[in-house]
Design a protein. Structure first.
Lengths: 461, 461
């Protein structure tokens, strides 16, 4: 007689076609959270997921309103009081798609080519939504029960910094109470088995610079009216010195330096991760290496990047205009122990100091999130690592990574939960045109997760 | 028996309704020269004007091809060899219309409100096209002949620096040979009678900065991949020091300082022109006054203005991207004796020096035009001033102005013609939303021009 794990895996293997079909349906919904135009699509996406959760046997599945995009909750709590309870986290919102013209197939018309499923969100992070649901379906369909108690928590605001999903967590501590958070905004690549266990914090901001109260002809007023685009240049130029060090006073004050062991481990793992990281960078030379080696700078030092500038005439040809205003968008990545509120304040004060009697400068802070360190070991990660061992014969390398998952800080700081990466994937071009997930790796990650759920009952028991 | 001047004026006054109707028809053609999308509209506009020229009795009226937008030529050369020949210049192309949402009525649906005709091009410079044609029509319709020989030369590239109209002039010196150029890219305001007699030169350029070969996620690569938007900031910030002086080495080397008399006259006329100039600026404080007084800086010193920046995500919300490239547009205004070719070379070398092993920087120069000084006195200007005297009882103040009319440098340097401002207007918001021309001033300027054409026969005789 075969084991529950084998039964569930057999189910998953037998249903790959229908799993793919549902995946494509999910990916065809343009759930772009940052653009208000798509608000109804986020609702539609959430409804679609809730229906699927109900269908596979999760209880109390529902869309719950926030002041922004809805969160999704569902549960299966019949494993027994002696079994651990885990929250599963993923996000159903996706990044914008521009530049649209660089996509080989439309971003919301999922297309399989060479074993890769191309669509916006295929990797980031509908793989996490779909991988978890298909894992749970495989177990429930074959055993009628789960080995641990599960709460599903999916949000629709990760790409905008979880402005209302984060307070939702604080307001629903009882509902979300659990022994561990399984964090599925990450991947699984059997050829490069790695578990990222850090996430940088993030602040996003928009700076607006206003000069004359209407656009002016630069022939008539050039030289005597201060041009907002020139002030935008002065502000941006001042952010970094020539080495790449951020110049805002106090910016690095709270940065905790890596200790010797962390640093040695980081440089050691970069020997493995480095070649791919460098190959995918699209550059011949990295920047700022005189400050710190690339892996340190990419994961364990804060950043400040301008992500977009707007102002003046941007069409073809020329227009001799001094624009009335100009603006730019900024994101900052934070590391332990930087406090997002403090850094946001430093940034705002610094940028607004460029105001003068010829120029107004204002700063809007859009999101603020803490850096987090996830479980580097412990019982929940042990269950994940045993899944790796079963699948590929070895444990995953634990690596520091530089991205951000804003809501994790809330779970860690407010609920004291160990955060455990449980990835599905692998994929590429997240946040870029032609995002894809490798289907072979995606299906394998479901098998790995089936194992992990059973192991959680043991390691956390 | 009434005089020819009186007859023509009577005709002009009797035909104001049909003059307005034709004006509106001309203004409804979106002849935006800088945007290739509108190429066919430029052709349509030229055809429309040629038909009108033929209708009113000009000879050999035709559209003549260039490598860019067509020029328009027509003539009436039967005044006799003892009469002077003048070339009339205006341009039928217009500026782009964005930001479109700030227009109270659509820019190409001409609308009369409070005696003002609102439309893109109503002042700059279809007033010059239409004012001249209606002046010539009024004389030809009543007298059957003109008092001087007239060549009409209208171009469709003024707003893009006349890249192909300027070489057209050099290639057609015989066709365009004349005793004076009447320059109608200027206004007429009986309440503030002024004649601008300078035009700054212009260079327009576009700078492109390229970093990684594809867009990157700033979470993964922030801090280690040099961000093109940061280099854009560094370049723009370096253009001016804090006083507003341009920092490109050698930029001011050839600038001819105003002599004592010019400077005194400029400051004196600014007492008259200043209040309006300041009121229309939309600012409370001017910039760069520690370098030179406002009127000197606005007319007699070179400038460098960034007119637009593009790069990264510009939609609503945030996108955590390091863009592969970014760009910005620049125009520089030049004064005697700056050589546009030399300054363009200085600019290009300076900006390209920001290239590094992490960033490519390239500069495209789009247009180059010489600064010009027009007739400050002499027989052709005398005819214009007598027109002012007849209409308002006094002569116009001659003022230095800061704008550019690129093709004038060709006429002045290649053909040695005195350039004589013959304005129609007055209007506002040229290059901005809600451009308009005051209809009362427009109709009066036709009467003034009728007088000027008759006086040209005397003063230049």
């Amino acid at each position: 007689m075969s084991s529950p794990i084998e039964n569930a895996i057999e189910y998953a293997q037998a249903h790959r076609d229908s799993f793919l079909e549902g995946y494509q349906e999910l990916l065809s919904i343009p759930s772009i959270s940052t653009d208000p135009t798509y608000k109804a699509e986020l609702e539609r996406c959430a409804d679609w997921i809730v229906a699927e959760m109900t269908r596979i046997g999760l209880k109390n599945s529902r869309k719950m309103p926030t002041t922004g995009h809805p969160v999704i909750y569902g549960e299966w709590l019949e494993a027994g009081g002696d079994k651990p309870t885990v929250v599963i986290y993923a996000h159903y919102d996706v990044q914008p798609v521009d530049p649209l013209n660089l996509w080989e197939t439309p971003p919301f018309e999922p297309s399989v080519r060479d074993g890769k499923l191309y669509a916006r969100g295929s990797a980031d992070n509908k793989s996490g939504i779909w991988g978890n649901l298909k894992t749970l379906e495989s177990i429930l369909a074959t055993e009628g029960r789960l080995p641990v108690n599960v709460k599903v928590f999916f949000e629709g605001e990760e790409e905008t910094g979880s402005p209302s999903a984060a307070p939702f967590v604080v307001a629903h501590k009882d509902l979300l109470a659990a022994d561990a958070l399984m964090m599925s905004d990450s991947g699984f690549d059997p050829d490069h088995p790695m578990i990222g266990y850090t996430a940088r914090g993030i602040i996003s901001a928009e700076v607006t610079v206003r000069g004359p109260d209407h656009d002016l002809h630069s022939g008539g007023y050039g030289g005597v009216v201060h041009n907002p685009l020139h002030t935008v240049g002065k502000i941006i130029a001042s952010f970094h010195d020539d080495r790449g060090r951020i110049q805002i006073p106090g910016y690095y004050d709270e940065v905790r330096e890596l200790d010797e062991e962390e640093r040695a481990q980081l440089l050691e793992t970069y020997k493995i991760t480095g070649p791919e990281f460098e190959a995918k960078s699209g550059v011949e030379h990295f920047w700022g290496e005189s400050i710190a080696p690339v892996p340190v700078r990419a994961t364990s030092l804060p950043t400040l990047d301008v992500n977009g500038i707007s102002g003046g005439y941007q069409g073809p040809g020329m227009k001799t205009v001094i624009p009335s205003e100009a603006s730019f968008k900024v994101t900052m990545r934070l590391v332990p122990n930087q406090d997002p509120a403090k850094i946001a304040e430093l940034f705002k004060n610094y940028v607004e100091s460029f105001a003068s009697d010829t120029m107004q400068v204002s700063v809007a802070i859009h999101e603020k999130a803490w850096p987090v360190t996830m479980a580097g070991d412990g019982p929940s990660l042990e269950a994940v690592q045993r899944g790796y061992e079963d699948m590929i014969g070895r444990r995953a390398l634990r690596v520091r990574v530089g991205g951000s998952i804003p809501i994790l800080g809330m779970f860690q700081r407010e609920m004291g939960m160990p955060i455990t990466p449980l990835g599905y994937g692998s994929g590429e071009n997240v946040h870029s045109p032609n995002e894809y997930v490798r289907l072979d790796h995606f299906f394998l990650s479901i098998e790995k997760s089936i194992r992990t759920f059973y192991y959680l009952a043991e390691t956390m028991g």
